[in-house]
Design a binder for this molecule. Structure first.
Ligand SMILES: Cc1cc2nc3c(=O)[nH]c(=O)nc-3n(C[C@H](O)[C@H](O)[C@H](O)COP(=O)(O)OP(=O)(O)OC[C@H]3O[C@@H](n4cnc5c(N)ncnc54)[C@H](O)[C@@H]3O)c2cc1C
Length: 668
């Protein structure tokens, strides 16, 4: 069995009920909840056993970790208790794993009939919301913000592939799942050790079982346990607290930090800065945003259209897992915008360039068996029907891929942030200065623009210069890559329904009366901002290869001819790219603290590096800003707040802004 996060297809749970109507799992030959009443058990065993709701009162955040999500009844009961408690914490995080998740339609099919059971009626709106947000069964962590302040992080896959690498500080544990006799893996000493590594001071734990081995293994993992009266037909249950007799772990889990003012400075109002501001304001922060241009989304994020879809790879590599998490999280964020998504998420085609590529793509799709709601293989005829244009080869259909207008997205995110955001345009931040434990944004005249607990640099390639006093430019190896888009005349490709990508892409018009957008060129070390005929021609050559039925329209005798191409509109902008083509997102390392310990840290892990209090970054999205911006913002906001991270450390490490420094330390 592979334990790497995201490896292998997910096997969904099949909806079934036992003879008495109780939801039942054939895989484990066990029922999903006690027939005496799922909610009663959730309230007695899990909430009561953890001293909830009393224990979450007067806290800003409370984090619960559960083993085995099933139908989500413990989560629903917890959410209802939180909703009904006037002294609830501002944020409730519920983290759970599920190896065999229900498909969205099956979760609804199983939960809706239960709403007639005693006590369930009041859960109806919560059930609807959960079912609406429930993702297709693809591997990895899914972060669902179900109501302001209620965040469910559910990992689809094996417990050991997901939980040990998740950075989370837990206040309570719900040990649920099928009975120890039916599913011993979930009740092993290794599971309990993993939970022990997550426990914050005072963390409590409860479980419906009172099995002796479970109790002994929990004690060995540092939990002090006691028997209590059980629920329904169970005479006993176990409850306890994390209280190891001696220090048992190398790292402490993230604690809830105590910021003085909860004020942040954000530099740059592209899609990185806009998403960052929104994620922080959602957590009750006040944000001072500075942008040197006169409006948000003026630089790379100012293109009229950008396309979005996850990357796929045979070995489900880091880029695939990161773009999957980013794509799904971004969609959930965009759909929650007051005006909805400023574009469309109703399909995108990634087509093969030749027969060999088509064969390899088809094989990859067969091996991964993605749910069709996420990605499916289509042959040339199906692809052509979906695109509304004749395509020479088949490819992958992403039903929720699409395109949107990045500048509109930036504006919409900033509007969604609301009055706690103070955005200043036409203001250039010259440097960030640390003074008295706080950060100051200073302009070119030495004027302090703002002071705050936290500063976040979201300034694309300029981030390198702003961060230079704290992290040498060699460890922020960002390059500017010129890219030109071509705007096709309005009557071009009237049939085109969805974006088509291959080598380059074409997207339907974002504006009524405008033509499709195609691109984009790739020019290293070319800082010129002009729009060039030769670049239009290069874009049109790629487009002709993508849509061979229109080769003449885009060829030398058509739009691709020098005179015709000179008439076309276009836009040039610059991507920010580091060598591994992954974002730089997270907390900056504290180089002054690292230097005296260089020798020791040479063999260390990114987690061992001292970090600079209050300085964070999110940039270097390359050509994938749309799938990266929201997830990177959520990761940084989670780090700032000591909340569970939205991805495991194998992905967070891959985008850690300290990774190039770490590589250099290892070489030394
Ligand atoms: C031609 C082209 C086509 C693309 N197509 C796609 C696509 O189809 N899909 C996709 O997902 N991505 C695409 N991208 C990539 C995407 O546009 C970027 O990844 C994304 O816009 C980066 O967002 P950002 O906020 O990091 O940077 P930017 O949008 O560049 O924003 C950075 C902001 O910081 C501001 N700033 C810088 N320094 C300072 C300072 N000192 N003080 C104040 N403000 C400052 C800048 O003015 C700028 O507004 C494309 C890029 C290009 C160039």
């Amino acid at each position: 069995m592979s334990r790497r996060a995201g490896a292998g297809p997910i096997t969904p749970a099949e909806p079934a009920t036992a003879a008495d109507g109780t939801p039942y799992s054939a895989a484990f030959d066990d029922v999903y909840h006690s027939t005496d009443g799922a909610l009663g058990q959730a309230r007695h065993v899990f909430l009561g056993g953890n001293g909830l709701p009393a224990r979450w009162r007067d806290r800003a955040q409370f984090v619960i970790v559960e083993t085995g999500f099933g139908l989500g009844l413990n989560f629903l009961a917890t959410w209802a208790a939180w909703r009904d408690d006037p002294q609830r914490p501002a944020r409730l995080h519920f983290v759970s794993v599920e190896k065999f998740p229900f498909r969205p339609q099956d979760l609804r099919r199983m939960l809706e009939p239960m709403l007639v059971l005693p006590g369930m009626t009041e859960l109806a709106p919560l059930v609807q919301r959960l079912c609406d947000a429930w993702p297709a069964p693809v591997a990895g962590w899914h972060r669902l913000e179900l109501a302001p302040g209620v965040v469910l992080s559910v990992g689809f896959g094996d417990f050991f592939a997901l939980m040990p690498s998740l950075r989370v500080g837990a206040d309570a544990f719900f040990l649920d799942g099928f009975a120890p006799s039916k599913n011993p893996d979930m009740w092993s000493a290794d599971v309990f050790k993993t939970l022990g590594r997550m426990a914050r001071d005072g963390a409590t734990l409860a479980t419906y079982t009172a099995a002796g081995q479970v109790r002994r293994d929990l004690v060995a993992a540092g939990f002090r346990m006691e028997r209590r009266p059980g629920y329904g037909r169970k005479r006993d249950m176990l409850a306890g607290a994390y209280a190891p007799p001696y220090r048992m772990r190398r790292y402490d889990p993230p604690a809830a930090p105590r910021w003085r003012d909860r004020e942040a400075i954000v530099v740059g109002a592209g899609m990185a800065g806009a998403a960052m501001a929104r994620r922080l304001v959602a957590r009750g922060w006040r944000v001072r945003l500075f942008e040197r241009a006169q409006a948000p989304g003026s630089a790379a994020s100012g293109n009229p259209a950008g396309v979005f879809h996850p990357q796929l790879s045979a070995d489900d590599n880091v880029l695939s897992r990161l773009t999957r998490a980013g794509f799904l999280y971004a969609l959930s964020q965009w759909r929650a915008l007051p005006g909805g998504l400023p574009g469309r998420a109703d399909g995108l085609l990634q087509v093969a360039g030749n027969d060999a590529e088509a064969h390899a793509m088809a094989q990859l799709m067969a091996a991964h068996a993605y749910p069709p709601a996420y990605a499916r293989w289509v042959d040339a005829a199906q692809a052509s029907a979906l695109a509304g244009e004749t395509l020479a080869h088949g490819g992958v259909w992403f039903p929720e891929g699409g395109w949107l207008a990045p500048a509109m997205l930036c504006r919409a995110e900033l509007v969604a942030a609301g009055p706690a955001l103070d955005a200043r345009y036409g203001v250039t931040v010259d440097r960030l200065v640390q003074c008295g434990g706080r950060w100051a944004a200073v302009d070119g005249n030495g004027q302090v623009l703002a002071e705050a607990d936290v500063a976040i640099v979201t300034a694309a390639d300029v981030s390198q210069r702003l961060l230079a006093p704290y992290l040498a430019p060699e460890f922020v190896p960002v390059r500017k890559v010129r890219g030109q888009l071509t705007f096709l005349p309005p009557d071009t490709l009237p049939g085109l329904r969805v974006p088509v990508c291959g080598d380059g892409y074409v997207a339907p018009s974002p504006l009524a009366g405008a033509g499709p957008v195609t691109g984009a060129t790739y020019g290293f070390d070319d800082p010129a901002e002009d729009v060039r005929v030769a670049d239009h021609q290069a874009n049109l050559r790629r487009l002709a290869a993508l849509l061979p039925a229109h080769a003449k329209t885009f060829g030398e005798t058509g739009l691709g001819g020098e005179r015709a191409a000179a008439e076309l509109g276009g836009r040039t902008a610059f991507r920010a790219l580091v060598p591994d083509r992954l974002p730089m997102a997270g907390q900056l390392p504290d180089v002054a603290a690292i230097e005296p310990q260089q020798r020791r840290l040479a063999g260390a892990h990114l987690r061992d590096l001292p970090r600079l209090d209050g300085l964070y970054a999110s940039f270097a999205f390359g050509s994938r800003g749309l799938v990266f911006a929201s997830l990177c913002a959520e990761l940084v906001a989670s780090q700032i707040e000591g909340e569970p991270w939205p991805v495991g450390s194998e992905l967070a490490d891959a985008i850690d802004p300290a990774r190039y420094l770490m590589q250099a330390l290892r070489k030394r």
